[in-house]
Ligand binder design. Structure first.
Ligand SMILES: [Ca+2]
Length: 95
C-alpha cells in the first residue's frame, strides 16, 4: 500500500470510529462530529481559522437542527483545514 492509500484508509477509520458511536457508521451526528474534532483536531472548534467553509461547518455544530455529516462533508472539512495549514506553513517558511 502506498503512503497516500494508507492515509485514505486512516481517514476512513477515523471517520467510522466516531460515526459508529450511535450504532450506524455512515454519518456523524453533531455530537459525534464535535467529539471527532475535539479529539482529532484540537483547538479547531475554538479557532476555526479563516476558511469560510470550515467556519460555517464548525459554527453549525452548536445548532440543534439534527443534521448529520456524511463522509464527503467530513472530507471537505479535513481538506479545507489541511489547505489552510499548508498555506500557513508555506507563509512561515517564506517569511
Ligand atoms: Ca453515526
Amino acid at each position: 500500500m502506498t503512503k497516500l492509500q494508507q492515509i485514505m484508509e486512516d481517514l476512513f477509520a477515523v471517520f467510522r470510529e466516531y460515526a459508529k458511536r450511535d450504532g450506524e457508521d455512515e454519518t456523524l451526528t453533531k455530537p459525534e462530529a464535535k467529539d471527532l474534532l475535539k479529539n482529532q483536531l484540537p483547538g479547531l472548534i475554538e479557532n476555526p481559522g479563516y476558511d469560510d467553509e470550515v467556519r460555517e461547518l464548525v459554527g453549525g455544530l452548536d445548532v440543534d437542527d439534527g443534521l448529520e455529516f456524511g463522509f464527503r462533508t467530513f472530507m471537505k472539512l479535513v481538506s479545507s483545514v489541511a489547505s489552510d495549514r499548508y498555506e500557513a506553513q508555506s507563509l512561515a517558511r517564506c517569511g
